[in-house]
Write a protein that binds this ligand. Sequence first.
Ligand SMILES: [Zn+2]
Length: 378
Amino acid sequence: MQFKEVVGQKDTKQLLLKMAGENRIPHAMLFMGNTGSGTLPLAIAFAQLINCENAATDDSCGTCHSCRMYAKLTHPDLHFALPVNTIDDIKKPKTDDFIEQWRTACLKNPYLSLQDWYDTIGIEKKQGIIATEESTAIVHKLYLKSFEGKHKVLIMWHADRMNSATSNKLLKIIEEPPGNTVFILITERYDGILPTILSRTQLIKIPIIDNDSLIKYACENYNLDINKARNMVHLSGNDLTELQALMSQENLSGQMELSFIEWMRMCYKFGINYKGLYSWIEDISKLSRDAQKNFLNFSLGTVRECLITNMSGINHSRYTDATFNGFEKFSKMINAENIEPFAKTLEEAIYHIERNANPKILFLDLSFRMHRILHMKF
Ligand SMILES: [Zn+2]
């Protein structure tokens, strides 16, 4: 990973480039900042820079032997320490047990959240820790394993997940690491690190990403217009990880909007387009029960929203321009008389989905009821 791949952080990059350029690289650093500010990609880009065989003044070269291994996170002198936990037959977990999953996840998204990581390794409901097995492995790697590059680097992600036994075991090696070894501890919580560790590291505060850089990122990566991008960046608190989460929710609700419109069209014509409706029901039946419930809740919200739009106009609704046309027609069918049967029917369906009703039968029955409500005469 090169500095140019890290979003924003001009000043931090300058500071790190200066350290590398003047060969004043601390043997232990603490990157403190939000995950969504880019603490991890900055640490990797810095490690790549100080190992690059042909670094320029503003970045690593990206093409030398060392950079090519760094690009895959497989450089033999690059080590990670990550929060992990027991799973299946791994009773004394340490980073090396999960290193392939880490490389894949980190390369896919270096701004990943701790929860993304827990989901990746399947410990969703447990907290990850950096336990004493890890400190033993770290000592082994840093003292015993041979060098290939210029610097051995150990990046400890979410260092506040170290327990005190691990911290204490690492004190000595952090204070006096073997030559050309660099520790980069990363944390969001300064108070989560033992004072004895803090006093042995050089603190690098990583600020939030500046507006312009993150808005540019949002426009390019999510195809947003500038106003929407500005709004989303603001909502995220200038946090790239949070922005990703917000955008995936947006995406999901966009997909649900389209699916809802399609469904309502077929319900309206129930009996004319059986084939389309059956295939729609097949698809939704394959989703998890939670996803089916989310869709029904979304439908309930949408029907209510349609009533508001119908009675007070589009300015009062939350519709996006892209789906407005689809809803405009539908919202005209929702009125003060049929809103109640609509809501009641959907609420009943949610009740039954929660109690393990067969989704195919439920959605078929529901579609027929929707058809009847859409054709109610007043
Ligand atoms: Zn290079």
